[in-house]
Design a protein around this ligand. Structure first.
Ligand code: ADP
Ligand code: MG
Length: 697
């Protein structure tokens, strides 16, 4: 392990606040440590000479420990940590509660704790933590009721109660762990630190976690992305925080909630997200024990027709597909299987199948080069011995080194077979969908581990000009900008149509005369967010109507809001909507992940259609390109129904340039380019809206 290696492998642990007092946390931790820990335990408590027969010291400074576990009451906990730091102890677990989770006094106490940790450069877990465990040394510095079994999953949880519940269940299932940590309030060490440490730990095969929030989203993405090149991470993320739901004035702000940020962020991080505890462990167990499939094609071998159909459905719902066997395999199947069976996938070897037939069929299927993985699916019959089938399944899985999922259906009679399978790392499920989900997780992780990352492109832009435009809101109450900030896009190399903003009808006509063909005219006012909603956009205005159109737009705006601040009217070149697609490119800031980019189908109906996709910025070219492929309407961009494909490379570049803009300027709180019209000849941003925080300029 990296820097945190000592935290999970101490030689000598000081328990500050150790006691035998019935029902106390200090007692529970002492009991757990005394029971199983291979190293030394030193109780620290000036009131006692010994605790559970172990000699105590009055002061942590006398403990000579390399890990301090703090269980004293909150008002003296920070001092105890400071004393530990002074004594040269680098690793501290603060179990004591009564910090940030309890209001303003607790919050300032937590602040002080963070400062002490910084001063002494401490690896500090908590506060408000259940503690930590590490099975190789029998270390159980928690106040939970059970120790963990040894294994190679490492587990972090933001909820201590969740750890005790999971351990109780896991011990029952025979599921073991390498390290377990209760993150508590994450005053110092957070999920990214543990992901980083476990990524370097040879004894950790899979990282799992239960998180309610992620402290530093971007840092987490960058760390996890490296780690998941070889160590899988599976997380349950609970709680939809509403912290991000400030009053949004952009489309992106309205659509992009914290869950979109998590989905995008965890995806970019390479994390496999589980929706439930069952999914978490189903995925973690196969990732821990099974090889990765070379391809995504599944063979299903079954003696039961109905469940065979269920598994086909489950495959259809997953990223996997049903394998097509080679002619060779089909011939061999025809020879070995009864005529009333089915040699195509799912392979139905019929209800009277004995062990030999089952074995032959699985052997042939796994031997087929088209097959990446297999499901052995069976209902109990009088001619089939489950334990023999389990032994054959294990042997053939090893022979071909392809992942196999087992679905031996039944109750009591399945148990010995299921145990034999489980010992060999093949979990058995009653439900075919769960078996398929396990294979799905393996396939997903293969793709994650093969990902390659390109750095975000840095375009040559005019940053100073952008800053000037953004500064125009300084000293104003209203910090929103509309099409009057069109030059901001221009400064970052995003194409905009010709045009200008004028404050008199005659000037409008002058601009229109310089533009070839009809023009578009729009009201320009920070008080009017969605211009077309009030009839504030006129498309296809010939020169002779420009004068009247100007007056009409201003009248409409006045009727809508008599005291509206009207800057003027924008006269703009027409873009070719007939051959184009209106898209939206936007950004909203998420409290945890920072700038969240949105791409989708645009125009005035974005919220209705909600065909959108998200990434945490900054994005690379390939990430930006993926966004253009992910929306449901992607075929429109590629040229559906005989239309020419639009300039997707131009869209991709616009996403990247916006990514650079919002990364350069944290002052941009939200921004929409809607629409970005994409045509076969290029892209044009015809409308922009943003909100600026001048204090961050
Ligand atoms: P708002 O979003 O405030 O209503 P927009 O500037 O986005 O105002 O204009 C609304 C719609 O008008 C666009 O979605 C597009 O369909 C059309 N439109 C706007 N500008 C142009 C233009 N230059 N060329 C062609 N159509 C345009
Ligand atoms: Mg618009």
């Amino acid at each position: 392990m990296g820097e945190l290696s000592e935290l999970f492998a101490p030689r000598r642990i000081a328990v500050v606040g150790a006691t035998e007092r019935e029902g106390s946390v200090g007692r529970a931790i002492m009991e757990n440590l005394v029971a199983d820990f291979d190293g030394d335990v030193v109780p620290v408590n000036p009131k006692y000479d010994e605790v559970f027969g172990v000699p105590a010291v009055a002061d942590v400074g006398e403990s000579d420990a390399d890990l301090a576990v703090i269980v004293v009451p909150p008002h003296i906990a920070v001092d105890a940590v400071r004393e530990s730091g002074k004594a040269g102890i680098r690793n501290v677990v603060v179990v004591t509660a009564g910090f940030g989770e309890t209001g303003s006094e607790g919050a300032s106490r937590e602040q002080e704790l963070t400062e002490v940790a910084e001063e002494y450069d401490l690896n500090l877990v908590g506060p408000n933590s259940l503690g930590l465990m590490s099975t190789p040394t029998g270390l159980n510095a928690t106040f939970g009721p059970d120790n963990a079994l040894p294994g190679n999953m490492s587990f972090m949880s933001q909820s201590g109660a969740f750890i005790t519940a999971v351990l109780d269940w896991a011990n029952d299932q025979g599921i073991g762990f390498k390290d377990v940590v209760s993150l508590g309030n994450k005053a110092v060490l957070d999920e990214a630190d543990f992901v980083d440490a476990w990524g370097d730990d040879e004894d950790t095969g899979v990282i799992i976690g239960y998180l309610e929030g992620i402290s530093e989203g971007r840092e987490f993405i960058d760390t996890a992305r490296e780690v998941t090149q070889d160590t899988p991470i599976v997380l349950v993320k609970s709680g939809r925080t509403d912290a991000g739901a400030q009053a949004a004035s952009s489309h992106t702000g309205t659509i992009a909630g914290s869950d979109q940020a998590y989905e995008a962020g965890l995806d970019q991080a390479g994390v496999i997200r589980a929706e439930s505890v069952q999914e978490l462990f189903d995925a973690a167990r196969v990732l821990e024990s099974q090889p990765l499939p070379a391809n995504d094609d599944v063979a299903v071998i079954t003696n039961a027709g109905g469940p065979g159909v269920m598994s086909t459905d489950a495959v259809g719902d997953s990223r996997l597909s049903m394998a097509s066997f080679t002619d060779e395999t089909l011939d061999a199947f025809s020879e070995k299987l009864p005529a009333e069976g089915n040699i195509y996938n799912p392979v139905d070897i019929v209800g009277d199948a004995d062990n030999e037939r089952f074995r032959d069929a699985l052997d042939l299927a796994l031997g087929d080069e088209n097959v990446g993985c297999a499901v052995v699916l069976t209902a109990p019959t009088a001619v089939l011995d489950y334990e023999q089938l389990a032994a054959d399944t294990v042997e053939l899985q090893e022979k071909y080194d392809k992942p196999v999922a087992a679905c031996f259906m039944g109750g009591e009679r399945v148990k010995p077979a299921a145990e034999a399978l489980s010992d060999a790392g093949i979990p058995n499920y009653f439900d075919p969908a769960r078996a398929v989900n396990g294979l799905d997780a393996l396939s997903r992780f293969r793709e994650i581990s093969e990902r390659e990352f390109d750095e975000p492109t840095t375009f040559d832009v005019d940053r100073e000009r952008a800053r000037e435009i953004l500064s125009s809101v300084e000293g104003r109450d209203d910090t929103r900008l509309g099409v009057e900030a069109m030059d901001l896009l221009d400064a970052y190399g995003i194409q905009t149509p010709d045009g200008d903003i004028v404050d008199a009808p005659a000037a409008a006509l002058e601009v229109a005369e310089d533009i070839e063909g009809d023009v578009v005219m729009k009201i320009v006012s920070p008080d009017i967010l969605h211009k077309s909603d009030i009839g504030g956009v006129k498309v296809g205005v010939p020169n002779e109507e420009v004068y009247d159109a100007y007056e009409d737009l201003v009248t409409r705006a006045r009727n809508y809001q008599p005291d509206a601040n009207i800057i003027g009217v924008q006269v703009q070149e027409m873009v070719d909507l007939d051959n184009g697609v209106e898209t939206i490119v936007g950004m909203n800031r998420d409290p945890q992940f920072g700038p969240l980019l949105m791409f989708g189908l645009g125009g005035i109906f974005v919220e209705v259609l909600e065909d959108t996709t998200f990434r945490v910025a900054p994005v690379s070219e390939s990430e930006a390109h993926e966004m253009t492929e992910e929306i449901d309407s992607a075929p429109l961009l590629r040229g559906a129904r005989g239309r020419d494909p639009v300039d997707v490379a131009g869209v991709t570049e616009t996403i990247q340039r916006l990514s650079q803009l919002v990364t350069d300027f944290p002052a941009i709180l939200e921004l929409d380019i809607n629409p970005l019209v994409a045509t076969p000849d290029g892209v044009q941003a015809v409308d922009v809206r943003l909100t600026v925080d001048p204090d961050q300029l």
